[in-house]
Design a protein around this ligand. Structure first.
Ligand code: UGA
Length: 435
């Protein structure tokens, strides 16, 4: 089989490379000449474990290629995927669909045989129908169907998520399109992956419902963590105690500084707006958005409190600025709220992140960047862990203590044990656990 993948961002590049690993011939298309050149040279523009090897192997096998020429990429394809960005529109929080609709117009110009046009980007309900209408308008004679195939990849474990998904969701407008999509995912039948075939609208909404549900689950456990602190309970035991109930499930019950990243903040907001627009407001998710925004800001106050009520003139060592480990992605990272708030309160921030410092340098002015975790510590008044990178999990605590001016640690990811930290002589603050 043969497909074209428009957009070599996170979703497009990972999906394109993974489909080629399934044996599909994939041409990835992007308008960014520099990006295509770099990809042709084998340079991967994003940080995703395993992606470089996957791309190299499939390029060498002749199944994966990169081009700026959509016409060439669409020759003989069974399907063309739209995997372009859908950022939050400034001002109103709606998803900006101009790239999706732009891609639809271009696809229309090159359709010369039956092709399934698939939206892979996260798009609001109704977008697939609009894509169909645009193509129909430009090319009334074209033979095509539209499908929606949302992705459920997590950054940092995207390849595993694609190769061994819990399910694949396909919204198709015809049996023919559904059949093409099923064939593309054929290798997953071997591992008995459920394939959920629905209408276009249902598939589009399913993606938002999944992300907003997960965001609500995280927000729920974050609020329970706050309550635990007040009543002397342990949030991890609560999470385990409820998570073992199969109806609730163990995953996504880890408390932290609030969810960030390129998906949950954007998608919760977009679904809230859609729901308001059609007169069926999602009050739970409106509240989730509000709580999460406030939580990120409150985290700076937690650090200030741990430093005795003021960070004015003090140095705060920060470990991790990416929104989660194994990514260099800074989008909506809690650090973007926490670090400026500390600086505004008069702190000097010295930080390290294993992958995100290049990105973070542009977004967090005034931060002094260190070469490794220990490089942040010398003479600092406290150390705050913002991202749970593995390399922060086993720090030499004696060394950490010796380097800090005061042995204060604020662990916003709960990667250390309060008892161990007390024994090691730290003044230790974490989330939702008795100290
Ligand atoms: C998320 C979803 O998990 C994917 O299924 C989805 O495909 C993707 O969005 C998307 O829409 O493209 P991602 O944003 O990469 O994936 O990251 P997650 O691992 O879901 O983490 C999101 C945020 O939630 C992070 O800030 C993380 O620290 C936080 N989180 C996650 C918690 O605070 N607690 C948890 O228990 C889990």
């Amino acid at each position: 089989m043969r497909i074209a993948m428009i957009g070599t961002g996170y979703v497009g590049l990972v999906s394109g490379a993974c489909f080629s690993e399934f044996g599909v011939h994939v041409t990835c298309v992007d308008k960014d000449a520099g990006k295509i050149e770099r990809l042709k040279r084998g340079e991967i523009p994003i940080y995703e474990p395993g992606l470089d090897d996957l791309v190299a192997r499939n390029v060498a096998a002749g199944r994966l290629s990169f081009t700026m020429d959509l016409k060439e990429a669409m020759q003989g394809v069974d399907a063309v995927f739209i995997a372009v960005g859908t950022p939050s529109r400034r001002g109103d929080g709606h998803a900006d669909l101009s790239y999706v609709y732009g891609a639809a117009e271009e696809i229309a110009q090159h359709l010369d045989h039956y092709t399934v046009v698939v939206t892979k980007s996260t798009v609001p309900v109704g977008t697939g129908r609009e894509v169909e209408a645009i193509i129909r308008r430009v090319r009334p004679d074209a033979e095509f169907d539209v499908a929606s195939n949302p992705e459920f990849l997590r950054e940092g474990s995207a390849i595993g998520d694609f190769m061994r998904p819990d399910r694949v969701v396909i919204g198709a407008t015809s049996d023919r399109a559904g059949e093409v999509m099923r064939r593309l995912y054929r290798p997953l039948y071997l591992i008995e992956t459920p394939i959920v075939i629905t209408s276009l609208e249902t598939a589009e909404l399913t993606k938002y419902a999944a992300n907003t549900f997960l965001a609500a689950k995280i927000t729920f456990i974050n609020e329970i963590a706050d309550l635990c602190e007040k009543v002397g309970a342990n949030v991890h035991d609560v999470a385990r105690g409820i998570g073992l109930d199969g109806r609730i499930g163990k995953k996504f019950l880890h408390p932290g500084p609030g969810y960030g990243g390129s998906c949950f903040p954007k998608d919760t907001l977009a679904l809230v707006r859609t729901a308001q627009q059609v007169g069926s407001p999602l009050r739970i998710i409106e509240t989730v958005v509000d709580i999460n925004d406030k939580r990120k800001k409150q985290m700076a106050e937690r650090i200030v409190a741990a430093c005795g009520g003021s960070v004015d003139g003090k140095t705060v060592a920060v470990l991790g600025v990416a929104f989660k480990p194994n990514t260099d992605d800074m989008r909506d990272s809690p650090s973007l709220d926490i670090v400026p708030a500390l600086q505004a309160a008069g702190a000097h921030v010295r930080a390290f992140d294993p992958a995100a410092m290049h990105e973070a340098g542009k977004l967090l002015p005034g931060v002094e960047w260190a070469g490794d975790a220990y490089g942040t510590l010398e003479g600092a008044d406290c150390v705050a862990i913002l991202t749970e990178w593995n390399e922060f999990r086993a720090l030499d605590l004696k060394r950490v203590k010796a380097m800090l001016k005061r042995p204060v640690m604020i662990d916003l990811r709960n990667i250390y044990n309060p008892d161990d930290m007390a024994k090691a002589g730290f003044i230790y603050t974490s989330i939702g656990r008795p100290t």
